[in-house]
Ligand binder design. Structure first.
Ligand code: ATP
Length: 597
């Protein structure tokens, strides 16, 4: 397993990521992805897009990252998007109160679930000390701290805005238009990969908890009464589940099962959530997460976000801790209902019945020539109130007079003036608010997991080497090409040619002619390049075709193959049609190791 220090050091040295603004003393919670890291991150995003947008047949959008206050008033983030803050009276350091409890109290894995009051009591009971200065935190108030970054839209302070704390709201607020693109037909899914901002109380563990990060989210809109996920596709997918019941039990254990069985036995309540867990399991495996260090954990009831009816997290084991890397929430109709209530637009879809139905409807047709003179300016409001009353309580119109409220005042009207009737109407459908199922992935946490799970050390030629076992699809570079020495024109020419040919085939190539060949191999091992191609004199000698050595990262084994075969053989490996092992079997290992050259 990777030592955290080693990994952070490698990340910085090799250009995966490092703390931002170092020249100005650094800013906690902000990280820059260097050349290798940016490339790795883009590859993770591309693989996510391939699975969750393309293969699932969804649409992708790109919304602004700043949104007006009204959006977050409606979504509940203004009121409820808080973490528990405790400040040290001695040194002024801020801490996540729930995290202090989790670190200090053995049997509490998720202190958010126990509530803010209890967290305060526990700090007192265990007399927890400030991690920064050691002073006691007992008795310090624990407060809710809203995680959103506030800003102003335009000059002045008239229009407050917020940096979005999740990409999801950018999809929800555009639902009235997005449903048009989906031709009003459920189910449909909309994805977005973009930046989210959270003013985390205490950012920590490198890129695991930062204040600006990338999310990849899918909002799946469904008709809860009709739409079923294609569960058969993931029925047999094997998963490790840690449901709430097991977490609460004294001898709780993981459940090793399949998605199909988990749904059948009710371990996962929502088939849609189960479907996405199955798809996600396959995706994490594809990009290179170690499935022995991966699980799905259900949220405990006190832990769920304000919008979630049920939630499962994908968690990976990092440095001995389980870290949430994605959340799968059943958000119900919460978000669309709220935006419908708070805005002018309609957040519903029209659901057509198989056959039109006939319904009886109570209607009024008030005689305005009588209402107008009697009630003046209030007449229109009274007419509306009469219609509302007719729908709510038609019996009220049995009396000679009806009383309604309009503009805060009561009015009594002759029932005759209202012209009350029961009419038969034909309805072809109804407006329903879709439910939302949301897989929400943290891209940075996925990247970190891949680095940690891919990090290995072994002995090669009597020396310890470290390498990153990244999947070819994810590795920043697929193939490194070296001329054995840089001052031999023939070698440089062939190596340059090989680079160009591979690049034109869509393979990402890093060309390097500096330093000893051993150092060049080490460097590529450390950034996870799956293959190195070396052009040496032996390969260009004689009348037969030119050959090069091909070295695989994980085994450090080398074979010699004709230049002419290189592109096809590599493509076959990258597409999964063949393995390096099979190629090695056919060609045999190189006898003299060029690394000693
Ligand atoms: P946590 O409990 O760790 O704060 P969360 O439950 O608030 O996370 P979600 O709101 O479910 O997270 O966000 C979805 C995903 O976004 C998470 O699974 C995670 O991968 C990522 N994420 C959330 N907060 C951060 C952060 N501060 N830094 C990096 N990634 C984050």
């Amino acid at each position: 397993m990777a030592d955290q220090q080693d990994l952070m050091e490698l990340a910085k040295r090799r250009g995966f990521f490092f703390g931002s603004n170092g020249a100005y003393g650094g800013t906690a919670g902000f990280y820059t992805f260097g050349p290798e890291g940016a490339s790795l991150k883009h590859n993770v995003e591309a693989a996510w897009r391939d699975q969750f947008t393309l293969r699932l047949g969804n649409d992708e959008i790109e919304a602004p990252t700043i949104m007006p206050e009204a959006v977050f008033e409606a979504s509940g983030h203004l009121d409820g998007f808080d973490d528990m803050l405790v400040e040290c009276a001695e040194c002024g350091a801020s801490h996540r109160a729930d995290h202090l409890i989790e670190d200090a109290v053995d049997d509490i894995e998720d202190a958010e679930a126990v509530g803010i009051e209890r967290v305060g009591e526990l700090i007192e009971k265990h007399d927890l000390a400030c991690p920064a200065c050691g002073a006691s935190l007992a008795g310090e108030p624990v407060e809710d701290f809203n995680l959103m970054f506030e800003t102003s839209i335009g000059p002045g302070s008239g229009q407050p805005g917020y940096m979005r704390p999740e990409t999801a709201q950018g999809i929800f607020v555009e639902f009235p238009r997005l449903k048009e693109y989906a031709r009003g037909q459920l189910p449909f899914g909309v994805t977005q990969i973009g930046t989210a901002y959270r003013n985390e109380i205490s950012p920590r563990r490198g890129i695991i908890r930062v204040r600006e990060f990338t999310q990849a989210e899918l909002e799946q809109f469904i008709d809860p009464e009709e739409d079923e996920p294609p569960l058969a596709e993931v029925d047999d997918v094997e998963v490790t589940l840690y449901p709430a019941t097991e977490q609460n039990a004294e001898d709780g254990a993981y459940i090793e099962t399949t998605i199909g069985e988990a749904v059948e036995e009710g371990i996962i309540g929502s088939p849609w959530v189960a479907y996405f867990l199955g798809i996600a399991q396959g995706w994490y495996e594809r990009v290179g997460v170690d499935m022995d260090r991966f699980r799905f954990r259900q949220h405990l009831s006190g832990e769920r976000a304000h919008y979630a009816a049920d939630c499962w997290d994908a968690e990976s084991e990092i440095g001995g801790n389980w870290i949430e890397i994605a959340g799968f929430a059943y958000r119900g109709d919460y978000d669309l209902t709220k935006h419908g209530e708070h805005s002018e637009d309609r957040f519903t879809v029209f659901k057509r019945y198989d056959e039109p139905i006939t319904v009886e409807k109570a209607v009024v047709d008030p005689d305005m020539s009588a209402l107008g003179p009697e009630f003046g300016g209030a007449a229109a409001g009274i007419a509306e109130a009469l219609q509302e009353l007719a729908e709510r309580n038609p019996d009220a119109f049995d009396e000679e007079e009806v009383t309604v409220e309009a503009n805060g005042e009561e009015y009594t009207v002759d029932t005759e003036i209202a012209n009350f009737a029961i009419e038969e109407q034909t309805e072809s459908g109804e407006h329903i608010t879709p439910h939302v199922v949301e897989p929400s992935f943290g891209v940075g946490r996925t990247v970190y997991t891949l680095l940690e799970h891919g990090y290995s050390e072994d002995e090669v030629d009597g020396e310890t080497r470290s390498y990153l076992s990244l999947a070819p699809e994810i590795a920043p570079t697929n193939v490194a090409v070296f001329p054995l020495v840089s001052n031999d024109d023939a070698l440089v020419e062939v190596a340059t040619d090989v680079s160009r040919t591979l690049r034109q085939a869509g393979i990402s190539v890093f060309y390097d002619d500096s330093g000893s060949i051993g150092r060049r191999y080490r460097r590529q091992d450390e950034v996870g390049t799956p293959f190195c191609v070396t052009v040496d004199q032996d390969g260009l000698e004689g009348d037969s075709e030119n050959t090069v050595t091909l070295r695989e990262r994980d085994s450090a084994a080398q074979i010699r193959i004709p230049v002419a075969d290189l592109e096809a053989e590599l493509e076959a490996i990258f597409s999964g049609e063949q393995t390096f092992g099979a190629l090695r079997g056919r060609h045999g290992d190189v006898e003299t190791d060029v690394t000693t050259a």
